[in-house]
Design a protein around this ligand. Structure first.
Ligand code: ADP
Ligand code: MG
Length: 291
């Protein structure tokens, strides 16, 4: 596009709450063939809450450990567990050596030096925690699109939390609109496969990859690009900054964490996937103007 039609396109997009950082991002948006969408905080509201839980040990102790562990994490799931523990008037345990394990959970030492791990099933499996006592409970929760968070104390399963994170209210309509625009829509998530399947089905997405670490999301995009796809990626910047940066065009959603805005070429101020379809429509119109 000419500098003039690019400027007009950028201005038009701003009216829709779509902030385009470069002429290149605007031009590439009209050529996208695949749109990759992160699950948590992008397709979903990112305001998760605990709906049910199961303790295999003293409840007050478990909630105190959970509260202490998640107070130190910035992940949206951590907010849900903190709210849950606080609602039960938990007292935070004195933990130390806290470490955040990106895309998997958190770990620390408890007051008596116990090894604490809180996070997804992959994290439990890696460290040899036997999930058998919770198997039926986990399967049931995941089939209801819940994200299951596991707490292990000294290598033993101590509690399970089922977290619901509903789809954004316009997610189904926006996905349908993007597909109508000819895009292939693929959901990427660090969540478990069965939870991912349930959410993807609700959203009308048939292609998804689950159990991904942040670098796996980056690699999944590189793989699509190697097959000739021109890939847009929508994410909230939590665990998906490498993927946002790798995509041909990155779209930051979720009132934008700073990370997301820095790694993305386009920022969606309205917090809706419709912003992606708007950006594509405006991009196509801007390019048509000069033909
Ligand atoms: P998504 O790809 O859906 O946006 P993430 O990559 O952010 O999800 O996280 C992947 C998974 O890692 C989560 O579903 C959760 O099971 C686990 N996880 C990450 N951070 C935390 C945390 N602070 N507390 C508990 N679990 C966590
Ligand atoms: Mg996310």
């Amino acid at each position: 596009a000419t500098p003039i039609s690019t400027m007009i396109g950028v201005g038009k997009a701003a009216e829709y709450g779509v902030l385009i950082r470069s002429g290149e991002a605007l031009q590439t948006a009209s050529r996208l063939t695949t749109l990759v969408v992160d699950k948590t905080g992008t397709l979903t509201e990112g305001k998760p809450s605990v709906t049910d839980w199961q303790a295999f040990d003293d409840e007050a102790r478990i909630l105190g450990l959970t509260l202490a562990l998640e107070r130190g994490s910035e992940h949206p799931l951590a907010t849900a567990l903190v709210a849950h523990a606080e609602a039960a008037s938990a007292t935070p345990a004195a933990i130390r050596d806290f470490t955040s394990l990106t895309g998997r959970g958190v770990q620390a030492r408890g007051p008596d030096g116990e090894r604490l791990l809180l996070g997804n099933a992959a994290l439990m499996q890696e460290t040899g925690v036997d999930l058998a006592p919770g198997r039926a409970w986990i399967e049931d929760a995941e089939s209801r699109a819940r994200t299951v968070i596991h707490l292990a104390v000294d290598g033993r399963l101590a509690a399970l939390f089922a977290v619901a994170d509903p789809l954004r209210e316009d997610a189904v309509a926006a996905v349908a609109r993007l597909r109508q625009a000819g895009l292939r829509v693929v959901m990427l998530t660090g969540d478990a496969a069965s939870t991912a399947a349930a959410i993807a089905a609700e959203a009308g997405i048939d292609d998804y990859r689950a159990g991904l670490l942040p670098e796996d999301k980056h690699d999944a995009i590189a793989e699509l690009q190697a097959r000739g796809e021109i890939v847009g990626m929508v994410g909230d910047g939590i665990n998906d900054a490498p993927a946002l940066a790798r995509a041909d065009v990155g779209f930051a959603i979720g009132a934008g964490t700073d990370v997301a805005i820095e790694s993305a070429g386009i920022a969606l101020m309205r917090n809706s996937l419709h912003g992606v379809a708007d950006a594509i429509a405006i991009s196509s119109a801007a390019l048509r103007n000069i033909k």
